[in-house]
Write a protein that binds this ligand. Structure first.
Ligand SMILES: Cc1cc2nc3c(=O)[nH]c(=O)nc-3n(C[C@H](O)[C@H](O)[C@H](O)COP(=O)(O)OP(=O)(O)OC[C@H]3O[C@@H](n4cnc5c(N)ncnc54)[C@H](O)[C@@H]3O)c2cc1C
Ligand SMILES: *[C@@H]1O[C@H](CO)[C@@H](O)[C@H](O)[C@H]1NC(C)=O
Ligand SMILES: *[C@@H]1O[C@H](CO)[C@@H](O)[C@H](O)[C@H]1NC(C)=O
Ligand SMILES: *[C@@H]1O[C@H](CO)[C@@H](O)[C@H](O)[C@H]1NC(C)=O
Ligand SMILES: *[C@@H]1O[C@H](CO)[C@@H](O)[C@H](O)[C@H]1NC(C)=O
Ligand SMILES: *[C@@H]1O[C@H](CO)[C@@H](O)[C@H](O)[C@H]1NC(C)=O
Ligand SMILES: *[C@@H]1O[C@H](CO)[C@@H](O)[C@H](O)[C@H]1NC(C)=O
Ligand SMILES: *[C@@H]1O[C@H](CO)[C@@H](O)[C@H](O)[C@H]1NC(C)=O
Length: 538
């Protein structure tokens, strides 16, 4: 051991010792971390080791060595492993305490996995085209391992509170991190904070008049959000209303339908999934002591359970909560569900629970409190294939942190944001309601990613190969997602998976498989019609 190392080791041991002593005295004592042991020129904290956080970490490490060699990275993940919502909760608590993830045992992807990947990194050979959730968690773990990310990832570490100490050009984040099974907390400062905490963790729970009395009138009645949904068997022989027609509502309707008398309450224009054994009802209007009444005046008595597949709220508790220390003016994020603040008037970054604003390109905070690159979000867009989008966002984040001059001026970013919001309004979508949803479908989702990457090419940060970022095979397979799902289900019912998956390893081979499958299924459907309702349960 060199003398320097010995000294460093001694100091480290001392620090650990002190922290242990401290912690036994007072489990929640906040400890000041010492100065960094290397000559660090930039420190970056990432929160979350799901698709978004892993993409950011990998992309930062991809920066040229001469750019990032003196940077320091820490990715904090509160759970025991990477994978985000694809990591099962081993001990889901009783409602209303929230589980770690909405994941349920029968969850499979609703998109073919080759379209869900980080570019250039495929799922393992042999993975079914619409895999169960465990394959997706494995994919994230494989990614972290392959790119040697784990030494930067602090598992079982929860970011509790953060606050900006500084002004709109200079400053630092003060970050409180809880570790050791929640018994200890330390405090550290960072130059940049990247938030990838996911947005499927805080249920949006609507309430209706009369609901409390309806529940109180029978001890067995229940209203639960889909975040608590695990197994359809518990609904056997009940009368159930599934509220909502998004991905969660579709899955719940398909799975509960065969076991219970099932209704699906849907907004006008929404339809139940193919093959669901449900009766469609309009939105709920109110409850009486005995029945659930719908907006068309019809009602149902003898309802036992409601499954609210009503979506999630955009919350970032550790941004809305500042560490108890001086110099921090106000929480970095205000939660204001019903104010009239908008991107123009907000004096602080705001979540109205559907939309976080003002953000440039759904990424950089335009809060007047700090420089735009100080706070970035990755993974906010909804209705998009996450891994590729996370990677495109991460590229912009990494290059903008390395060289903030590539970003437009603050005013320029504001103008771009207002233009985007206006564009949504013109298409009939209130940006403060639809928020980060790619309402224009896959075209908008892909245009968004292409534009982020094209911007970096135009600014000389990436080689310009003249191609779109989203590959044409990925585009084609998203268009054919439902056809591919029907085809794959047919293959599974015939037990032919192995034959199709044989020798398929590279991205090109997966693309080819999807192309062959689409053609094969299309031909069959041309002959037999699409009458595949019993297969459409993917
Ligand atoms: C039920 C369901 C099914 C889905 N199926 C599909 C699908 O088939 N295809 C598809 O393309 N997309 C699907 N999605 C979309 C999904 O959002 C993405 O696939 C993606 O995995 C989300 O990744 P993320 O990193 O943004 O968020 P998450 O996976 O939620 O990861 C966020 C991470 O941040 C951590 N974290 C949060 N707060 C803190 C803190 N304070 N301190 C430390 N760590 C913290 C969390 O523990 C978590 O690990 C599905 C979503 C849901 C809810
Ligand atoms: C540490 O970084 C500073 C600023 O970049 C530089 O001036 C100094 O020489 C560096 N010290 C060492 C020991 O590398
Ligand atoms: C994280 O905590 C779990 C218990 O919740 C434990 O089993 C695991 O070993 C811990 N992992 C790390 C890396 O600390
Ligand atoms: C990961 O680390 C191993 C061992 O240090 C090395 O051989 C390998 O090339 C690294 N992989 C990547 C993708 O950097
Ligand atoms: C912001 O803080 C820096 C560092 O403390 C200081 O030099 C600068 O003058 C401040 N800017 C404003 C506008 O106050
Ligand atoms: C409805 O139920 C509530 C709670 O059980 C009860 O207090 C109330 O009297 C009931 N109302 C009627 C009209 O039965
Ligand atoms: C559901 O009802 C059927 C038919 O009445 C009965 O055979 C079955 O045991 C019931 N299952 C449960 C779990 O109650
Ligand atoms: C924001 O709100 C202000 C005040 O209500 C209003 O004048 C302005 O038009 C709004 N701007 C946008 C972009 O919604």
């Amino acid at each position: 051991m060199s003398r320097v190392f010995q000294l460093a080791f001694l100091l480290l041991s001392l620090a650990v010792c002190l922290s242990t002593q401290h912690a036994t005295r007072d489990a929640q004592t906040v400890l000041a971390a010492g100065p960094p042991h290397r000559n660090v020129t930039k420190s970056i904290a990432i929160v979350g080791a799901g698709s978004g956080g892993l993409a950011v970490l990998k992309t930062l490490l991809d920066l040229p060595e001469e750019v990032r060699s003196s940077w320091e990275f820490a990715l904090y993940e509160q759970h025991r492993d990477v994978g985000g919502l694809w990591l099962p909760d081993p001990n889901p608590p009783h409602p209303p305490a929230l589980p770690e993830t909405p994941l349920y045992p029968r969850l499979r992807t609703n998109t073919p996995h080759p379209t869900m990947t980080y570019p250039g990194f495929t799922f393992r050979p042999g993975t079914p085209l619409f895999p169960t959730h465990n394959y997706v968690q494995q994919y994230h773990a494989d990614f972290a391992e392959h790119f040697n990310l784990s030494s930067y990832i602090h598992l079982n570490h929860t970011v509790l509170a953060t606050g900006w100490r500084g002004n709109n050009t200079h400053g630092e984040w003060v970050v409180d991190v809880e570790y050791d099974l929640g018994t200890k907390v330390y405090r550290r400062s960072f130059d940049h904070l990247i938030v990838a905490n996911g947005h499927n963790h805080y249920p949006r729970i609507p309430h209706w008049p009369g609901e409390e009395d309806w529940l109180a009138s029978s001890p067995t009645r229940e209203i639960l959000h889909s975040i608590f949904y695990r197994n359809p068997e518990r609904y056997t022989n009940q009368t159930v209303i599934v509220v909502g027609g998004g991905a969660s509502g579709r899955d719940a309707a398909l799975q509960i339908g065969p076991l219970a008398k099932t209704y699906q309450s849907l907004r006008e224009g929404s339809v139940p999934p193919d093959g669901a054994q449900v009766t469609v009802k309009p939105p709920i209007s109110h409850f009486t002591n005995t029945s659930v009444v719908f907006e068309d005046g019809t009602s149902l008595t003898s309802v036992d359970s409601l499954v609210l597949a009503t979506g999630y709220e955009f919350r970032v508790p550790f941004l809305a909560q500042s560490p108890p220390t001086s110099g921090i003016v106000s929480p970095a994020l205000e939660v204001a569900p019903s104010t009239t603040a908008n991107s123009t008037t907000a004096q602080v970054l705001t979540s109205n629970l559907r939309y976080i604003f003002p953000l440039y390109e759904h990424i950089f905070s335009l809060s007047p409190a700090h420089p735009p690159t100080a706070l970035a979000f990755v993974g906010l867009p909804v209705l998009i294939a996450n891994c590729p989008s996370d990677r495109a966002q991460a590229l912009l984040v990494a290059h903008a942190i390395a060289d903030p001059t590539i970003l437009p001026s603050r005013d320029g970013m504001f103008t771009a944001l207002l233009r985007r919001e206006d564009n949504m309004r013109q298409r009939g979508y209130d940006p403060y309601v639809y928020g980060h949803k790619m309402v224009g479908g896959d075209t908008e989702a892909q245009d968004y990613q292409n534009a982020l990457v094209r911007y970096l090419k135009q600014h000389g940060k990436l080689p310009d190969d003249g191609k779109d970022y989203v590959e044409s095979w990925r585009k084609a397979s998203r268009v054919h997602s439902a056809l591919l799902a029907r085809g794959w289900t047919r293959i599974e019912s015939e037990g032919e998976q192995q034959k199709w998956l044989e020798g398929v390893e590279t991205e090109d081979e997966w693309a080819d498989l999807m192309q062959r499958l689409a053609a094969w299924q299309e031909e069959w459907e041309n002959e037999h019609g699409q009458g595949l309702d019993e297969y459409a349960a993917v």
